[in-house]
Every structure is written in structure tokens, then in C-alpha cells.
Ligand binder design. Structure first.
Ligand code: ACO
Length: 421
């Protein structure tokens, strides 16, 4: 028998169906609530609200599970490339060799942006934050590629995806070159997606560049671990903007802005700044732990806590291990890694953090790796955006193909009742 949930209101008993996901998660389907009762639900921050059904990413915050299209994140990070994960997320299956070669070739073919984009880039001050630059340039891509995507055409959809996957890493690398005052690099189409990105970021005009394999391995892992995370703030932004049938590039540009915030993707920059500040202050981690616990102090332990992970963040585990490996392989000793480890140890034994189920999240160690690679702190969230791009595209595509209605929440009005002048 179909399970139902009953609501009693105004002497009426109304039944709502339960929907169940493929992993046994249950939700009350309240689509007829307002029509039947005149009521709406109120859930600031959407802590209890599912905005859609999705077949892309499964996560269980209590058990610390994260899977893309059914595959465990740790296995993917170990065994496949970022481009394979991008294909998996967007199209639902890992690519065959033939599909992967075609995608790589198509991306190589589209790996250039209009020279006039450089003029826009030039007009930003050197002090501009790369996330602002990236969001603006992604939005500007619309004007240079104005044809709208016919979402019912597989070919059209594929073309738009290839275009964005090809041009986005160029814009990300240019955002870094800009703040460093370096000449802009174009893609080297003989290289893989990740190698090419590293070359565009780091190649100096006076010498050739070959990326160290350990850097490419770590970069590949980091990008995979960031590639999707179901209905987080930026992804929900991409879906909601796209639900108005704004184009793919416009939706992604909005997602970049959402990711920028320090409570979301901006946390990786905030973590390093926090660790640096602790170091500058003499390295007394206990002092900063006390500040984090003090309700009268706005300081928070950045890189700690997560809206859904209440046990551990499976990405953080892999990233911590990768940080140890990369720094070891590159022979780098970074005192802020020791500070990070000390903070983690103290927090995991402190009732304040234990009781509130606050664990290191994906951002706690990722910045330490980016730093070891020579990526400036302001660029960390751009790196997150590059990793998240396939997830955003996959979610946008799913939303459009699913013919989802325009996203338009309701509210409870608390302002003045009618007034007269
Ligand atoms: N340091 C100190 N206290 C914290 C922290 C923290 N990092 N995170 C949460 N808390 C406390 C809150 O003060 C609150 O305490 P209270 O119950 O006594 O009032 C309790 O833990 C619950 O916190 P909320 O803010 O209600 O939890 P929410 O799920 O809304 O927020 C968030 C999650 C935004 C990630 C939060 O933990 C945070 O601000 N962390 C630091 C920023 C960060 O690392 N963001 C990256 C998230 S991962 C990502 O987006 C990729």
C-alpha cells in the first residue's frame, strides 16, 4: 500500500504521498498543500526542503558517503581522470575510450576564446578578485556565443557543453595571469584537460613548461572531489537561474557568484587566511579555538562544519592524505599544515565541536595543496569553480531535460499591512 502522511488542520485530515529515492530517502510530497489547505511551508535555508529529484549525486551526511552516478568518490579520485568524471556526471555513464577521445578532441577544437575578451579582462584593475573576473568573463561569453541552446537537440546540447568545458579553463587561467601581471597563455591541444590547464596557469614566456606528474595527479583528484555535491548553494543557484530558461553560460556565471561566498566555496581562501593569521599571531591554536567557541566573537573555524555532513566529509579525508603526499613529494614543509593538523586534533576532541558534529570539510586542506602548487590564495575559489563546472552543467542539463518549472519560492510577509499616504 502506498505510504501517506497525514496533516490535521482546521478539523480536516489531509493526506500527502511519500516519495522514496533509490537509496531509501523519504520525502513528503506537498505539491498539493496550498491548494488543499491554503498553507505554505516555511524553511529558511531549505534545511528540510528538497527542491528537486536528481539522479546525479548521492550523499549521506550521517554516514559520510558521496557517490557520483553510483560510483564512490574515493574510487573515482583514484582511478579515473577529471574529464571522465565530467562525462559521467553530465551524461550518466563513464565514457568509452571512443567517447572520451571524441570529447577531448572536441574540447581541443573549441579551446580558444575571442580576442576581444582580452579587452574586457584588461579593463579590470589588477586588484580585482579573480572570482569576480571569472563570473564576468563567463557572462561575457554569452555575447560572443549568442546562439541559444535547443535543449531538445542532443547535438545542440553537446555543443554548448563542449564550448563551455573548453573555454572555462582558459578564463580561469587568465584570471590568475591577470593578477600576476603575466602574458596570457592559450591551450596546448596535445595535452590532457588537467595538464593543459596546469600549463596555461604556470607556463612562463621565457621557458617551456612540463607539469610534475605529482602535481597533475593531485590536481586531478582535487577537481574530481569538487565536481559535484548535489543541491548546494551554487548548484541550486545554477538550477534556479536556468529554470527561467536563462542560458547555460548565464546560469553558470550566477553559480560562480554564489560559490564565491566565504560560507561556501570562498571558505578555501578563508581557511588559508585564518591559518596564516594564527601563524602570524604566534601559532597559539587554543586561543583561536576559544574564539571560535565564543558566541560573542564572530570568528568561526573556517573549513569546519557542513550543512549535510554530520559525521565526516569523505572528501576532506582524501584531501588531507593528498596534502601529506604532495607536500612530501615536492619536498615542501609548510608550517600552516602543522597548524591545520593541530586545530583538527583539538577540535575533534572538544565537546563544542563534537556535540555540534563539526568536522573538517572539503576546504580545510585543499588550500594547502593549491599553495604548494604555487597557486595564489585569491585563486583557490576559482580552482573550486573549475572542478564544480561539470556538476553545474550536469545539474542544469537535468533540470532543463526534466522540464522543471521556474523556481519561485513563496514567503510569509511580515511587513506593514496596508498604509495610506
Ligand atoms: N566554527 C565554530 N562554530 C561553528 C562552525 C565553525 N566553523 N560551524 C558551525 N558552528 C556552530 C554554530 O555557531 C552553531 O552553534 P549553535 O548551535 O550554538 O548556535 C552550530 O555550530 C550549527 O551551525 P550552523 O551555522 O547553524 O550550521 P549550518 O548548517 O547553517 O552551516 C556552515 C554550515 C555554513 C558550513 C558552517 O558550519 C560554517 O560557517 N562553517 C565555516 C565556513 C566553511 O567552512 N564553509 C565551507 C562549507 S563546505 C562548502 O561549501 C564547499
Amino acid at each position: 500500500m502506498e505510504e501517506k502522511v497525514q496533516l490535521s488542520y482546521n478539523g480536516q485530515h489531509i493526506e500527502f504521498p511519500l516519495v522514496e529515492g533509490s537509496q531509501g530517502e523519504k520525502a513528503i510530497d506537498i505539491q498539493s498543500l496550498r491548494a488543499q489547505t491554503g498553507l505554505i511551508t516555511l524553511d529558511p535555508g531549505y534545511k528540510n526542503t528538497g527542491s528537486c529529484s536528481s539522479a546525479i549525486t548521492f550523499l549521506d551526511g550521517e554516514k559520510g558517503i558521496l557517490r557520483y552516478r553510483g560510483y564512490d568518490i574515493a574510487a573515482l579520485a583514484e582511478k579515473v581522470s577529471f574529464l571522465e568524471v565530467a562525462f559521467l556526471l553530465i551524461f550518466g555513464e563513464l565514457p568509452t575510450e571512443e567517447q572520451l577521445t571524441k570529447l577531448q578532441d572536441d574540447i581541443h577544437h573549441e579551446s580558444l576564446v575571442d580576442e576581444d575578451i582580452k579587452t574586457i579582462l584588461k579593463s579590470f584593475p589588477k586588484s580585482a578578485h579573480p572570482m569576480g573576473v571569472l563570473s564576468s568573463l563567463t557572462s561575457a561569453l554569452i555575447s560572443f556565443n549568442p546562439s541559444s541552446v535547443d535543449v531538445d537537440s542532443d547535438e545542440d546540447m553537446y555543443k554548448a557543453i563542449v564550448l563551455l568545458m573548453a573555454k572555462f579553463p582558459i578564463l580561469c587561467s587568465w584570471a590568475q595571469r591577470k593578477i600576476k601581471g603575466l602574458p596570457l597563455n592559450y591551450a596546448d591541444t596535445s595535452l590532457s584537460y588537467t595538464e593543459n590547464f596546469a600549463k596555461m596557469m604556470f607556463r612562463m614566456p621565457q621557458q617551456e613548461y612540463t607539469a610534475k606528474p605529482e602535481i597533475i595527479r593531485a590536481l586531478n583528484k582535487l577537481l574530481i572531489l569538487h565536481a559535484d555535491h548535489e543541491q548546494n548553494c551554487s548548484t541550486s543557484t545554477v538550477r534556479i537561474v536556468g529554470s527561467s530558461h536563462a542560458g547555460l553560460f548565464a546560469s553558470i556565471s550566477a553559480g560562480i557568484s554564489a560559490l564565491w561566498g566565504p560560507l561556501h566555496g570562498g571558505a578555501n581562501q578563508a581557511v588559508i587566511e585564518m591559518l596564516e593569521a594564527i601563524k602570524e599571531d604566534g601559532g597559539d591554536t587554543e586561543k583561536f579555538m576559544a574564539k571560535a567557541k565564543d558566541k560573542n566573537d564572530p570568528f568561526r573555524l573556517m573549513g569546519f562544519g557542513h550543512r549535510v555532513y554530520k559525521n565526516f566529509d569523505p572528501r576532506a579525508k582524501i584531501i588531507k592524505q593528498t596534502a601529506d603526499e604532495v607536500l612530501g613529494q615536492l619536498g615542501i614543509e609548510d608550517p600552516i599544515l602543522d597548524i591545520a593538523k593541530k586545530l583538527e586534533k583539538q577540535a575533534l576532541n572538544d565537546p563544542y565541536f563534537v556535540d555540534r558534529k563539526l568536522y573538517p570539510n572539503v576546504d580545510f586542506y585543499s588550500g594547502i595543496i593549491y599553495r604548494a602548487m604555487g597557486i595564489p590564495t585569491e585563486m583557490f575559489t576559482v580552482m573550486f569553480a573549475l572542478g564544480r563546472l561539470p556538476g553545474w552543467i550536469a545539474q542544469w542539463r537535468e533540470m532543463r531535460l526534466g522540464k522543471e518549472p521556474i523556481g519561485r519560492p513563496r514567503q510569509i510577509y511580515t511587513g506593514h499591512t496596508e498604509r495610506f499616504i
